[in-house]
Design a protein around this ligand. Structure first.
Ligand code: MG
Length: 256
């Protein structure tokens, strides 16, 4: 069942989304060569808590025996890491790296989820293009995120755009409904068939999140049980926003 939020619920949810956007603004400022991903994590957590929010990913259960809960505020995934990288004092950013930061803030009983891939210092053209295609894939997808369309229209548009440009989408992970829970129905893969899936209605809140690889689509999980990497070592990028389906154009809640 896809939850339809009331006007009041949407107003409440906008606050968590605003905080998530604020963290990304801060990340953009502080990401530079020499900073560690644990330092980024502490900065992100402070922004969220200063705004009266809670970092929703911290303590998120792995769901797998022997794999600890996610220990941090942000997922920090560098270069060939796709998603779910764990911040560490041992991981220092280097000039030319790309880093994907994914985070969820929680406030007023609701979640706001967004991810960006940032360049560290000066990055090469290949990295810049991957980041841009990933961002554009989101916007190609949400052109179809309108009441009356099907979710498959969005999925199809994302996958087609990415593949047309010679990149791969990650198939094992997907976008999702979001609200009182971080992950709600529907699942939103970054590929699919137009005209299929649930019909979009005003009041649905969705996290749309292309995960793109500049190489083959295959992925592996590191021994920490969380970090997802590309199998062939190719670079990967991620771009995500929480959006609201309206009667007209979708509203992007995690851009301020
Ligand atoms: Mg996310």
């Amino acid at each position: 069942m896809v939850d339809i939020k009331s006007k009041r619920e949407i107003e409440q949810m906008k606050e968590a989304c605003r905080i998530t956007a604020l963290v990304h603004k801060k990340m953009k400022e502080v990401i530079k060569p020499g900073i560690t991903t644990l330092e980024l994590d502490k900065i992100a957590e402070k922004v969220i808590r200063d705004e009266g929010g809670i970092p929703a990913q911290k303590g998120y259960p792995s769901g797998e025996k022997g794999i600890p809960d996610f220990p941090a505020t942000i997922c920090a995934s560098i270069n060939d890491e796709v998603i779910h990288g764990i911040p560490s004092s041992k991981i220092k950013l280097k000039e030319g790296d790309i880093i994907s930061i994914d985070l969820v803030s929680y406030k007023n009983g609701f979640n706001g989820d967004a991810a960006r891939t940032y360049g560290v210092g000066k990055i090469n053209e290949k990295s810049r293009k991957l980041i841009e295609i990933t961002r554009q894939a989101f916007f190609e997808g949400i052109k179809f995120a309108k009441a009356g369309n099907r979710i498959g229209d969005v999925c199809h548009a994302i996958g087609e755009f990415v593949e047309k440009n010679g990149y791969s989408v990650v198939k094992e992970f997907q976008g999702h409904g979001i609200g009182r829970s971080m992950h709600e129905d529907p699942g939103i893969p970054n590929y699919g068939k137009a005209g299929k899936g649930i019909k979009l209605e005003p009041g649905m809140t969705l996290a749309i999140e292309p995960m793109v690889i500049d190489g083959k689509p295959d992925i592996l999980v590191l021994d920490d049980g969380w970090t997802i990497i590309t199998e062939d070592g190719s670079l990967s990028a991620h771009y995500e926003n929480t959006i609201l389906i309206t009667e007209k154009e979708p509203e992007i809640l995690t851009i301020i």
